[in-house]
Design a binder for this molecule. Sequence first.
Ligand SMILES: [Ca+2]
Ligand SMILES: [Ca+2]
Ligand SMILES: [Ca+2]
Ligand SMILES: [Ca+2]
Length: 407
Amino acid sequence: MIIRPIIRSLGIWSMAIYVVVGLGPVHADDTLSINEFMADNDGNIEDPDEPGAYEDWIELYNSGPTAFDLGGTFLTDDLAEPTKWQIPAGVTIAAGGHLLFWADDDEDQGNTHTNFKLGAGGEEIGFYDADGSTEIDSIVFGEQSVDVSYGRCPDGGDDWSFHTVPTPGVENSCDGTSLTFIPAAGLAAGAGGSFWVTDVDLVNAGTGIMTYEFWWLPRGEDNSQPLVSDTYTLNPNTSMRYANILDEVFGLDPADSPFGAIAVSSGSSSAMSMARIFNQAGAKQAGTFGQALPGVAAGDLIIQGETRRIIFMSEDDDFRANLGCQNGTAGDITISFEGFNNAGVSLEVGTVDLAAYSNNQVNRVLRLHEPVNGFVDVWSDTPGAAFFCYGSIIDNETGDPTSILPQ
Ligand SMILES: [Ca+2]
Ligand SMILES: [Ca+2]
Ligand SMILES: [Ca+2]
Ligand SMILES: [Ca+2]
């Protein structure tokens, strides 16, 4: 058995795919590559299968329009031993997708945990086809630094460089910038006589001066060419508060009812951000902090193949619960959601289609089933998808909103 494309519901591409089995190795090295890795992970990304563990990782990338079943192929840290670790059956890489493997010598922790680690002093990574000898890709690397990855620029390209902004599981950052998404912002009237205003707080948690700009990402629009702010700088270990950021930074007019999201494009991976979206004029009860939404770094987005659950979703006389979602990529994605009641009975399924960096809100996702205290699952089957969804629960009496983050 050799690397083969997967035929499934991939639209027009399915038409052009042939399964090649038993005819000899398919030379897939034009589309599959070792794209990025980290051999000294101290605080970059946690092993989701071992809380508290920061493991070496290897990112593979599929630049082609076809998904591949990687089951039976091999990864190794020794090019003289190509068959050191065989990727288990059922591990697939999506068209245009990134797939993360944990080089942690913890095979019992799941299908993407290898039986070797990466030496920070320099080593090798090999990716071999299922015949155990045909090289798909390999890299011989030298000494590595803590929490700095080594990766291709652009994805799948020929040039390798160190990345102080590592991007495990998502597109490599080649200009040294990282995106953080603040998935909701508004300066507009909403339901129930509410009027929403957005403040943003930004902190430079790094050791150097941070350069950054904000992108305005209107709800429901294709934001491949977003409105970009001036470029600002922030000294290390300082913070900056933007009160009513949509007016102050972007000059937006409440008469246009701007609702959407904000991205922070920063030359540092040390940007911390948070927004509060609060009900100002028209509130029946003034003085609440509002909805607190932390910025979500690109590497912390929910990616294809992951499901997250948003709990505390209540729909009754006291509360209404909305589902907000942000596309963290420049491609079109479809997010699926399923709402359940407290007994786990499925009540509601649906999808949210989002163009580049777009966002949208499903208002009162469980409204047909009130009164209900339930939860909502979110995921995406779109190849290469990276997104974020959250719950926004609002007190019907006071207009006080609270954010529910996905778990
Ligand atoms: Ca290591
Ligand atoms: Ca582990
Ligand atoms: Ca090793
Ligand atoms: Ca990456």
